[in-house]
Every structure is written in C-alpha cells, then in structure tokens.
Design a protein around this ligand. Structure first.
Ligand code: CAA
Length: 258
C-alpha cells in the first residue's frame, strides 16, 4: 500500500519500519497521518513475517503532537462527534511488539504515541513533553496516565502542569525510555533491538507483550492469574516443544510461530 504521510519498509527480516513523514510540520499528527499509521500498523500486524515494528520520525522530530491547526477551531461537539482521538486507539490493539525510535521533539500526542509503544529508544537530542497546558488543554491520548505510570506522580504532575520537557538522559534515568544513543545511530540501534525481538518465538513474544501490558490494567492477583493462563497456553505450541528440545540438545531453536 502506498501512503502520503508515512513511509514503510522492512529494513531487516522480521522488522517493519514506519516513518512519520510530515517533516515541515514536525510530524504533527493530523487525522490523515493517524489514519495511515493505523492502517500500516494493522497491515504489519497481519503479516506473520513481521515480528517487531519500529515507529520513527526524523532527526528533528519524532512528532510535535496532535495537529493543532486541525483542531484549533473545533467545538466540543466536533470533538465528541468526530472523536479523532478514538481513531488513534488502533495502536493499542496491535499484538506485534512495537518500538519507538525517537529523536528531537516528542511532544503532546507524539509523546503519548511513543508511550503507547512497548519500548522507546532515543537519540541524545530527544525531548519528551506534554505541553498541552500551554494551549489551554490537557493531554488527550493517555499523557496524564501513561506518563504517571512511567515516571511517577511528582515528575508527571510538573510536566503536565508546566509543560516542562525531559531530556533524553532525564527520561532514561526516570525509566520512561530504554536507551539513549547518538543521533547518528539511534535508529539503527532501534532496528537492532527490534531484530532481537523478531528472533524470538513469535507467539511467546506476543503473549509476553500482552502480559506486561496487563500489569497496567488490573490488580496484582488478576494479573498473576492472567500470566499463569498465558504461560500454560504456550505449552500447546510447537515452539515451546522446539525451544525446550533445543535447550536439551544444546542447539539453536527454529521457531515456526505455531
Ligand atoms: N501542530 C501543527 N503544526 C505544528 C505543530 C503541531 N503540534 N508543531 C509544529 N508545527 C508546525 C509549525 O506550525 C510550523 O509550521 P509553519 O512553518 O507552517 O509555521 C512548523 O511545524 C515548524 O514549527 P515551529 O516554527 O514552531 O518550529 P520551532 O523550532 O520554532 O518550535 C516546537 C518547535 C517547540 C516543537 C513548536 O513547534 C511547538 O511548540 N509545537 C507545538 C507542540 C505542542 O503544543 N504539542 C501538543 C499538541 S496538542 C496534543 O498533542 C493533544 C493530545 O494530547 C492528543
């Protein structure tokens, strides 16, 4: 499929890469871009050969937020009827692990998009922020919730109330992101990490993602119950037999995703 506001490629076997591509608008997340992003994510998710997805922007901006110009004159009724943010939800239904490769501005909806991914790899120039308060609004795609889970109340509250950005190093120290690399290499490093995930048993990787994410949705006892059931279910897969046989036979497993 060809897109206007994103680019897709498969830079390595098993890895699907999506580049947000509105550079002049710092990759502002317009409804059209988000529609294409949702389609591309679903397409990769259906493709059994793609076992990890990377979402990136460019060196200057991962994304500077939702498209302010597209919503500047909207009324509450417009927001309720069109509910553009509801259409952003596709990413939360994707079973394939997703890595955000972030450089430059990662603000508002851009930061929320990155936090909706499963891991974040950043360049040294990355800046994370929820500056919606400067526009007279608040985050609308999980910023008050996911940021608080990730960095704790004190920092999240300051960021949401004052619009302060976190540097890449601060974000790393606070546990918001996984790695910080020079701007020249962050994308290659993100693809490398994706290739590592893509080399794992595919069904186990999908269950692992689902189980970790469940930790944010439920009580500990329900989460433990959910994890146990997924663990048990994997014993019905060929890959579990192969993985354990390969260990015993001291060889590398060959995964089938079955
Ligand atoms: N929406 C639409 N256009 C945007 C944009 C956005 N979020 N962010 C930047 N742009 C556009 C600018 O309007 C400008 O376009 P023109 O050349 O046509 O004027 C272009 O991108 C370059 O931006 P600047 O000239 O402002 O670049 P800068 O280097 O001076 O500043 C910046 C960079 C600090 C990121 C600044 O652009 C900025 O503050 N952007 C807005 C950030 C923001 O408030 N994001 C939250 C959006 S609301 C949201 O996301 C809601 C939600 O939770 C879902």
């Amino acid at each position: 499929m060809s897109y206007q506001y994103i680019l897709t490629e498969e830079p390595q076997p098993g890895v699907g890469l999506i580049r947000l591509n509105r550079p002049k608008a710092l990759n502002a997340l317009s409804p059209e871009l988000m529609q294409e992003l949702g389609q591309a994510l679903e397409e990769f998710d259906r493709n059994e050969d793609v076992r990890c997805i990377v979402i990136t922007g460019n060196e200057r901006a991962f994304a500077a937020g939702a498209d302010i110009k597209a919503m500047a004159t909207a009324s509450t009724v417009d927001m309720l009827v069109e509910d553009i943010i509801a259409r952003w939800e596709t990413i939360h239904h994707i079973k394939t692990p997703i890595i955000a490769a972030v450089s430059g501005y990662c603000l508002g909806g851009g930061c929320e998009l990155a936090m909706s991914c499963d891991m974040i790899v950043a360049s040294e120039t990355a800046q994370f922020g929820q500056p919606e308060i400067n526009l007279g609004i608040i985050p609308g795609f999980g910023g008050t919730q996911r940021l608080t889970h990730a960095v704790g109340k004190a920092v999240a509250m300051e960021m949401v109330l004052t619009g302060r950005y976190l540097s890449a190093d601060e974000a790393k120290a606070l546990g918001l992101i996984n790695y910080v690399y020079p701007v020249e290499t962050y994308l290659d490093q993100a693809v490398k990490l994706a290739a590592k995930v893509a080399a794992q048993a595919p069904l186990a990787a999908r269950f692992a993602k689902e189980a970790v994410n469940m930790a944010f949705e439920t009580s500990l006892s329900q989460g433990l119950h959910f994890e146990r059931r997924l663990f048990q279910m994997l014993f019905a897969t060929e890959d579990q037999k192969e993985g354990m046989a390969a260990f015993v036979e001291k060889r590398k497993p060959t995964w089938k995703g079955r």
